[in-house]
Write a protein that binds this ligand. Structure first.
Ligand code: ATP
Length: 574
């Protein structure tokens, strides 16, 4: 079990097969992942290091991560993925952070078939098909990338899967093999947009507290919420910035905070719209590493991405490529180059396969889209196809993804939370959700913070969930939400120097102006119209100054919603 363990000192431990050291109260258990990749739990990040040739030649050590992504790229400098806390994610001597007190959630597999979507282009022009009968499966514990040229329909697909687009959609979307219940699915998923919509004047910790109060509500004590927040901040290396206002955070930190705000209620499905946009290469790498580690915790991570570097590309598990609203490849990332080769499209050596498939999708190599769509529909690519098409693939020939997947997901899921005095083991590998499958393990020195038990039957309408009325599913009452949001807004307004100063100045100036214009009109009956004018002017001014921030906020929301075709912004963020 420890033979492929990871070590903070790079690849050394991988070669020696040494047992990982336990730090403090934490036992760092390596996760044995599919395809022998270096695998991550919630507590580690990937880091890429150059590996000496003799180790790279040993497929046992680096497995899938040592794949040469370029077809026929033998002799190319090969790099491998070795788990380690990367720079910028905290002091390497610090014990690794992990998430153990989050609400328990079920793993979620999303399957869609014959999915089509069209939009009306007006009476005369009829409907335009944006997605054309596409099929696919996005699994838990996988980091899935949706790629494709601009306008291919990536955001549209993700919005449909997330449930933000429902009209004019045909086809079926199954969640763990059952018809999707949108209301319940929304509670199990989160959508993190390209632009980080954070309140600029709240500190990281305050934003997290608001999120925890809204999302965890009365299910948890104040102390337990604090522990959850600290764990998440620790894991995402935001602990040092916890008192920094979000306006002062770096781009990477903002992205991590967006993720942290959503992680509070531990959604098993996370959608990311271009998570790396606007980040430098190092932050991109850290961001994708983080997503990968989240996926290894049993979550289903789906993100759209534009032309990732080869280094980022090989970190994804599953690739779904769209062109003109149709799927031109779906399968494991190592299977892409062999699949394209089998179709007669040979990715040149030293060429980033992500770039190559984008070139193919945009038609730079000829009109291949239709042929690829046909091949995909015939089942020539997919999860089981990564090793069969070509010997040039670095994936071992006898690698059976499906079997491997089942076993390894189970191991990962069982190992993921064993690192705190009191911990809960959740058998996340079972798609049928049942609270009986949750086993409590009490370790020595148990704290009084029992793991929070949340319903795991959100997807299963036959279970206890149906006993409650559907609209009672919010963790906090309407009044409580109102109170939390009111406090948050008050705090934000008070800290907004610019707005507060401007308001004070404008009220003073307008007050002086009105006073000057209508000076001494009170006792003269001949000036009754001036009295009316004064009252009208004062009322209008007060009303509009109170209304303007709301109008501007709504206008801003509508603008960003229209420009990014993204779902409405979560109230947690704004
Ligand atoms: N409401 C709409 N009416 C008409 N066309 C639309 C509408 N929504 C989306 N489209 C079109 O659908 C296509 C797919 O849009 P989508 O936003 O999904 O693309 P994308 O692959 O995410 O692109 P990008 O990478 O540039 O964000 C685009 O050509 C877009 O113009």
């Amino acid at each position: 079990m420890f033979s492929k363990g990871f070590h903070q000192d790079g690849y050394a431990a991988m070669t020696t097969g040494k047992k990982m050291e336990s730090k403090g109260t934490q036992i760092h258990l390596p996760l044995i992942g599919r395809g022998s990749r270096g695998e991550l739990s919630d507590k580690v990040m990937f880091s890429q290091v150059k590996s000496p040739p003799e180790q790279l030649n040993n497929g046992q050590l680096l497995g899938g991560s040592q794949m040469n992504l370029c077809n026929g790229g033998a002799g190319a400098p090969i790099t491998g993925l070795v788990p380690k806390i990367p720079n910028g994610y905290g002091d390497q001597k610090k014990p690794m952070a992990s998430l153990t007190h989050l609400p328990k959630r079920p793993p979620v597999d999303i399957e869609f078939s014959d999915l089509s979507y069209s939009v009306s282009e007006g009476r005369k022009r009829g409907y335009k098909a944006l997605l054309k009968c596409i099929n696919g499966t996005f699994r838990s514990s996988e980091l899935t990338a949706i790629m494709g040229p601009s306008g291919a329909g990536k955001s549209t697909l993700m919005n449909i899967l997330a449930g933000y687009k429902t009209s004019n959609v045909s086809g079926s979307i199954l969640i763990n093999g059952k018809e999707r219940n949108l209301r319940r699915f929304r509670k199990l998923s989160c959508y993190i947009m390209q632009d980080d919509c954070l309140l600029p004047h709240l500190t990281v910790k305050e934003a997290m507290h608001v999120s925890a109060n809204l999302k965890l509500g009365k299910d948890m004590s104040v102390n337990a919420k604090k522990i959850v927040i600290d764990e998440i901040l620790d894991m995402l290396s935001l602990a040092e910035a916890c008192d920094t206002r979000t306006i002062n955070l770096s781009g990477g930190q903002k992205k991590r905070l967006s993720i942290a705000l959503e992680l509070v209620n531990n959604p098993p499905v996370m959608f990311f719209d271009e998570p790396t946009s606007g980040l430098d290469s190092s932050s991109c790498f850290q961001c994708i590493s983080l997503l990968k580690s989240l996926s290894r915790g049993g979550r289903t991570i789906i993100c759209t991405i534009h032309q990732p570097s080869a280094r980022l590309f090989e970190m994804f598990d599953f690739l779904y490529t769209l062109a003109e609203g149709q799927c031109i490849y779906q399968g494991l990332v190592p299977g892409l180059v062999p699949f394209l080769s089998s179709m007669g499209l040979h990715c040149p050596s030293y060429h980033n396969p992500a770039d190559y498939v984008m070139e193919v999708a945009t038609g730079e190599h000829g009109d291949w889209v239709h042929k690829l769509v046909m091949a995909v529909n015939k089942g020539n690519c997919g999860r089981g196809q990564s090793s069969t098409s070509s010997s040039s693939s670095s994936v071992p020939q006898n690698f059976n993804y499906n079997n491997q997947n089942k076993n390894n997901v189970k191991k990962e899921a069982l190992e993921i939370v064993i690192d705190k005095p009191t911990c809960t083991v959740i058998d996340m590998s079972e798609p049928t959700l049942n609270t009986d499958k949750e086993k409590q393990i009490a370790l020595p020195n148990a704290t009084n913070l029992a793991p929070v038990t949340c319903t795991t039957s959100l997807l299963d309408s036959s279970e206890s969930f149906t006993k409650k009325p559907v609209n009672s599913g919010f963790p906090t009452s309407g009044w409580k939400q109102f109170w939390i949001l009111l406090k948050r807004t008050f705090r934000s307004i008070m800290r907004d120097q610019m707005l507060t100063h401007l308001r004070l100045c404008s009220h003073t100036v307008v007050g002086l102006l009105i006073g000057f214009l209508y000076y001494d009109i009170g006792q003269d009956a001949a000036k009754v119209m001036s009295n009316a004018g004064c009252i009208f002017f004062t009322v209008m001014f007060t009303m509009f100054t109170a209304m303007m921030p709301t109008i501007l906020t709504c206008k801003y929301l509508i603008c960003i919603t229209q420009s990014s075709s993204s779902p409405l912004v979560d109230a947690t963020h704004l």
